[in-house]
Design a protein around this ligand. Structure first.
Ligand code: SME
Length: 181
């Protein structure tokens, strides 16, 4: 009996693609290639969806399990210029609310710019949700009108885990939300 090679997740129908086993392990790929794959998979899974919470949940799962990070998720803007609240995430319990200007997330939100922190222990005001966290990247999420709707927070248990390639890849991924009006 011949063995049938498993179909590549992107060649599956939409319902099949949405199954959990379609999550691709991106570890071991060169980073640029990993982010190309992640972008392609995200856009395929979210095809026809214009719901930001569904997208945040899906993207958190794909990044988290793709790279094996410590914590991956979104803090949503609930009071523009003032307050972020926990959104969809993967990992241990995240803190509920972060004020603009506080911690890495609140600073990235206030500045509307990506922050990479190589050593969270040396970052003044870092908010510790998981004591194993050593480095992180926080990327602003803007809608079609350019308003900040959330930040993406990715934490690692390794120091200096994030590079300019991660910034480029994750900022490109967050472009998905620019399609929302
Ligand atoms: N690292 C964040 C806090 C959120 S948790 O790590 C999930 C910060 O200092 O902004």
């Amino acid at each position: 009996m011949g063995r049938v090679a498993p179909a590549h997740p992107l060649s599956l129908g939409r319902a099949e693609r949405n199954m959990a086993e379609a999550t691709i392990d991106l570890r071991g790929l060169p980073l640029a290639e990993a982010y190309d794959e992640l972008n392609e998979q995200t856009r395929a899974v979210l095809e026809g969806i214009d719901d930001p919470v569904a997208a945040m949940a899906t993207i958190s799962a794909l990044i988290h399990h793709g790279f094996g990070h410590l914590w991956t998720g979104f803090y949503r803007v609930v009071e523009p210029g003032n307050l972020l609240r926990i959104g969809p995430y993967q990992g241990t319990l995240g803190c509920m609310e972060i004020e603009f200007g506080r911690g890495v997330c609140g600073t990235a939100a206030a500045r509307k710019e990506t922050l990479i922190v190589d050593d969270v222990l040396a970052y003044p005001g870092h908010i510790t949700c998981d004591a194993r966290s050593r480095s992180e990247i926080v990327v602003p999420v803007l809608d079609g009108g350019g308003s900040l709707i959330a930040v993406l927070d990715v934490d690692s248990d390794q120091p200096a885990a994030f590079t300019e390639e991660d910034r480029e890849g994750l900022e490109r991924l967050m472009q998905w939300f620019r399609g929302l009006t």
